[in-house]
Design a protein around this ligand. Structure first.
Ligand code: MG
Ligand code: MG
Length: 252
């Protein structure tokens, strides 16, 4: 699939899709506490999406059974919500979620600390978020795609964390995953030239230990192979001729 350039009408719709998703994330953040099940978080997220006249784009995506991916501790991404999975004090919980507004998709992820979390893990979360902000600095018209990847790698590598390579960011628009793929790890080539009007989901997935991941038997949940915690942070962004615009976050 070709990389798409959005018209100003499409960009307005994507801005609205982003704003509505940010609202969902902000509300979900308020209910995360020890004792809540990952299923309850998903159901709440789905309700918030539908209440805003939007459609959850993760639900039934390639058969995924929920609207929110809830990934706890060593789970990197694509955790399946369950009534039996109860959040505990000291957990980190990554919520990855998206919606469709008038045919246009948004996609964003946040990792939350619950109760008292180990300082090394809090740092991992902070730096994963910062890695996104390092990457987006390069997402301007005329720059190259892999400038984003290398900016993330330049920032993360000195910490000795494992940068997940098995999963990457992506273009986004009338479908959830458009071209191009956006790796978070070092690239030798510069990649395609970015143009104003491209909309991208930049999403570093960073492991405290090894970069290696495995899939659980449910065929969805991706876990760090060494069982150490993993963090995820994602926004949908717009490439412009000036500062890039984060469509799923007003405050930055
Ligand atoms: Mg996502
Ligand atoms: Mg994504």
């Amino acid at each position: 699939m070709a990389v798409t350039i959005k018209s100003s009408r499409e960009i307005d719709l994507m801005r609205e899709a982003g704003k509505r998703l940010e609202y969902v994330h902000d509300r979900m953040a308020e209910i995360i506490r020890p004792g809540i099940s990952t299923w309850e978080i998903d159901k709440y997220g789905e309700r918030l999406i539908r209440e805003q006249d939007c459609v959850p784009n993760f639900l039934n995506y390639n058969g995924f059974p929920a609207s929110v991916c809830v990934s706890v501790n060593e789970e990197v991404v694509h955790g399946i919500p369950s009534k039996d999975r109860i959040i505990g004090d000291g957990d980190i919980v990554s919520l990855d979620c998206g919606l469709i507004y008038k045919g246009y998709h948004s996609d964003a992820a946040r990792t939350h600390a619950v109760g008292k979390v180990d300082d090394r893990v809090l740092k991992l979360m902070e730096r994963t978020k910062q890695a996104f902000f390092e990457g987006i600095k390069k997402a301007t018209d005329g720059a190259h795609l892999y400038d984003i990847s290398n900016a993330i790698a330049d920032y993360i590598e000195p910490f000795g964390y494992g940068i997940v390579e098995a999963l990457v960011g992506h273009g986004i628009g009338t479908v959830l995953h458009e071209d191009p793929q956006i790796p978070n790890f070092r690239q030798r080539r510069r990649g395609l030239k970015l143009k104003a009007g491209m909309t991208l989901a930049i999403e570093p997935m960073i492991n405290l230990g090894t970069a290696e991941v495995e899939w659980l038997d449910d065929d969805w949940t991706v876990v760090a192979a060494d069982g150490l915690p993993s963090a995820h942070y994602e926004n949908t962004i717009l490439v412009t001729t000036g500062e890039p615009e984060i469509l799923t976050l007003d405050r930055w």
